[in-house]
Design a binder for this molecule. Structure first.
Ligand SMILES: Nc1nc2c(c(=O)[nH]1)N[C@H]1C(S)=C(S)[C@@H](COP(=O)(O)O)O[C@H]1N2
Ligand SMILES: [Mo]
Length: 199
């Protein structure tokens, strides 16, 4: 039997949509940070991509905002078991940022202004799968959610979506980042429930 209560109709679609195993739908947008929120001013902001040969590409905030942006609607899944469906973001696709970058690397480490790091295979950032996002739900990204800009890699657990991202380093070696060094899964596919090492 299908129970429909007033005010719940708008959620019909969300409720009926499949969630990855072990996940539930969050009503709000939880904040999960390993430390305090760093103060990152747009004036001092730089986004840097460093290749395996040491070549660097950098964008100031103004240069970054001038790049073509996209408005992805995506589902996000945190390893602490909450998910949100159809979240709306605005940001620059990694395809755009990496278009002029000459690399033969297979792996990426994302670095953040709070010292956080997380590793992702380069191919998982390409083909419309990831963005550097600076708006959420039509508003500038809140600092507690990673503003001014964060990595958004929605097909992997949300710890891969580095908040306050300051750059990517490309490498031939697959090194673990912050959570990956303390027992979390190296890759983190929510559909295969890759929460911890050995999953
Ligand atoms: N720089 C940085 N990025 C981070 C984190 C962090 O502590 N520092 N936490 C990660 C974790 S574990 C999760 S679940 C998400 C939480 O994002 P939210 O606070 O916007 O929900 O950010 C990820 N990105
Ligand atoms: Mo998390």
């Amino acid at each position: 039997m299908d129970i429909v209560t007033p005010g719940f109709r708008g959620r019909r679609r969300e409720r009926d949509r499949a969630l990855p195993p072990g996940q539930y739908l969050a009503e709000d947008f939880p904040v999960l940070s390993a430390g305090p929120t760093p103060r990152v001013r747009p004036e001092g902001w730089r986004f840097t991509i460093e290749t395996e040969t040491g070549e660097t590409h950098a964008w100031t905030w103004a240069e970054f905002l001038a790049l073509p942006a996209e408005t992805p609607r995506v589902d996000i899944h945190c390893v602490t078991r909450w998910s949100k469906l159809d979240t709306e973001w605005r940001g620059v696709a990694l395809d755009t940022l990496l278009a002029g970058v000459d690399t033969a690397a297979d792996f990426v480490m994302a670095h953040s202004f709070d010292g956080y790091t997380t590793n992702v295979p380069l191919e998982d950032l390409l083909d419309g799968q990831s963005w550097i996002a600076y708006e959420y739900d039509g508003e500038p990204l809140d600092s507690e959610h990673g503003g001014p800009a964060r990595l958004l890699v929605p097909h992997l657990y949300f710890w891969k979506s580095a908040k306050w991202v300051r750059g990517l380093t490309l490498s031939h070696a697959d090194e673990p980042g912050f959570w990956e060094s303390s027992g979390y899964h190296h890759y983190g596919d929510p559909w295969r429930e890759q929460r911890y090492q050995g999953d």
